[in-house]
Design a binder for this molecule. Sequence first.
Ligand SMILES: Cc1cc2nc3c(=O)[nH]c(=O)nc-3n(C[C@H](O)[C@H](O)[C@H](O)COP(=O)(O)OP(=O)(O)OC[C@H]3O[C@@H](n4cnc5c(N)ncnc54)[C@H](O)[C@@H]3O)c2cc1C
Ligand SMILES: Cc1cc2nc3c(=O)[nH]c(=O)nc-3n(C[C@H](O)[C@H](O)[C@H](O)COP(=O)(O)O)c2cc1C
Ligand code: SF4
Length: 643
Amino acid sequence: MNQLGNLFKPIKIGKVELKNRIVMLALTTGYSESDNTIGDRFINFYTERAKGGAGLIIVPFTPVDIASPAQPGLYHDHFLHGARKLVDAVHAQGARIAVQLITQYHWVTSEGSSAEVIGPSPVFNQIMRCTPKALTIEEIHRLVEEYGKAALRAREAGFDAIEIAIVGGYLLNRFLSPYSNKRQDKYGGSLENRMRLPLEIIETIKQTTGEDYPIICRLNVEEFMEDGHTIRDSKKVAPVLEASGIEAINLYVGWHECSVPTVQMSVPRGAFVYCAEEIKEVVDIPVIVANRINDPILAENILSQGKADLIGMARALLADPEFPNKAREGRIDEIVPCIACSHCLAELLKTYKDWKNPVSAFCAVNPRAGKEAEYAIKPTPISKKVFVIGGGPGGMEAAIIAASRGHQVTLYEKGDKLGGQLLIASLPPYKDEINSLVRSLIVRTHKADVEVKLNTEVNLETIEQEKPDVVVLATGATPIIPDMLGVQGDNVVTAVEVLNKQKEVGKNVVVIGGGMVGCEAAEFLAQQEKKVTIVEMLGRIGSDIVTTNRPFFLARLRKAGVRMDTNVKVEEITNNGVRISRNGVPDFLEGDTAVLAVGFKANRELAEKLKEKVAALYLVGDCAEPRMIKEAIKEGFCVGMEI
Ligand SMILES: Cc1cc2nc3c(=O)[nH]c(=O)nc-3n(C[C@H](O)[C@H](O)[C@H](O)COP(=O)(O)OP(=O)(O)OC[C@H]3O[C@@H](n4cnc5c(N)ncnc54)[C@H](O)[C@@H]3O)c2cc1C
Ligand SMILES: Cc1cc2nc3c(=O)[nH]c(=O)nc-3n(C[C@H](O)[C@H](O)[C@H](O)COP(=O)(O)O)c2cc1C
Ligand code: SF4
């Protein structure tokens, strides 16, 4: 434990004592049952995180008055049974548990009627793509009552505290924000009026649940919306909330539709700690800081410097439920880091586009998330001789899981390092976080007693001589060299060669292919003061970029002066540029260098040779089909479990 003394110091939120400073923030998963009750999947997910050592768990979005797809509810007594089971399971592991009460973008006017998008004022809702109906005073009163009733149920279910969510551009946030609240009555206008609804809710909850029942307020302190609240405004809001009797402030930043990234890989670790410092200046209750804190040393430093009282982590604990225990036991290097790829969020936001088909969250680096019971790692009855070929994420994950189940595993890598294509994926701007995954995979590979053979290219002869029981191929993929006039010229390089700095690039560059890799190479080159044009055959640049990252990425490219040209067919690469056609109309783009980024082809030569030569042959990751980390790790994991 040692150097993490502050992180593991107990603290009180009101009368509730937490054993440490790690708070699992609300993280909507979609793991509740289809009737919005809490069932085994939900309970297993949180029990694992409680067992992993979190001090406080906050159950996500629990609407007070409406069935919201795949989210838990507390708007009826029939939710109490599942909620009690959850609370008991978490308490049994020594953690405390709170529930986040919320009204999202919509509600129902009466039982059985369909959902209606609501707001303080008819200001367009960019997420729901419609203008909300402004709530009447009577409806506001009804809402306040619903909060009181839901809070009482929370107390009856045994939750240690409740959290009121003024976050993300959802209803209470819309009331607080001058951006969306244009009301002329006592719920709009001045700050006092815009705060009225949250304050009435707090007051009602205190009346129904008792003064001693702790309320945490999750407050959006930097909205990053035009005319929205900044930290300066929030410094006025926080003391008023404290005076209303809440016991802690949990910080939130941004709306889903804001133009500033808040959770992406491009956001530096701990980027919003400054907000906690500011809020701590004006309140005496505990302040929970959030966003991009995925490292216990950073967490400890924040606490030891007095910048916050508790550390909120959402995705870090999705990625590794054992994060707290590993940190406490000095096994920091074994933590599976959240790399902020944002796939979990992108997946979840799909529900807002299609309510009828709610999705549930997954984690790119932790295939067990949400499948804790199904994917329990059990020892193998027969220990087999397993060869894993390829030391990228897919190969390492397969090796770790197979070895930890008791197989004798040898991992072969033809290069001089483990990491595979992640070593290249981490090179573009803002991608350094990928290195933390590489480091963690390498440590876990060694700790699982996998025998690692670097600089060893496996071929058919190796397999015939060594006769393993199982071969797992994780040989990755290679950049495609398209069949195109001039492609063999000296001025043609691949995006991988550019990122690796294997090849020189001129001042004026045409990147052929506007997918994620092409865009990353373009940004990499633009940062070196090159003039860059991306040409893309499709009508859309970056169509394979995670939806939650894409707008920010394209904005950066535009700001860096990268030209993006769509619906372009490359006819020929010449010594001084690229001959193209746009909708059949020829054109010429000048350039010293052409950078190819037209995709990858699976490395399957060895697979073809090994077919029918080994009893058990598995393909994982890009060598099955070029894709991303999430598939490589998931498939590596599943094969490791199967053999
Ligand atoms: C520029 C770039 C950026 C990317 N960014 C992202 C991103 O942001 N997010 C994301 O999810 N994905 C990203 N990817 C994709 C991601 O890197 C791959 O999907 C992932 O690495 C695939 O893992 P893998 O284990 O299947 O193969 P690889 O990582 O390719 O590993 C294969 C390994 O096998 C070794 N090998 C091959 N043949 C043999 C042999 N015969 N014997 C021994 N060893 C062998 C290779 O040397 C290599 O180390 C990016 C890729 C690139 C190129
Ligand atoms: C998939 C996902 C679901 C989330 N659900 C909620 C939620 O229900 N309520 C909430 O207040 N915040 C929610 N958040 C925001 C997180 O609580 C947290 O503020 C954000 O992820 C930044 O912290 P992190 O970097 O530790 O993940 C969610 C975030 C993600 C990625
Ligand atoms: S999916 Fe990506 S962002 Fe989400 S928790 Fe996993 S690693 Fe982190």
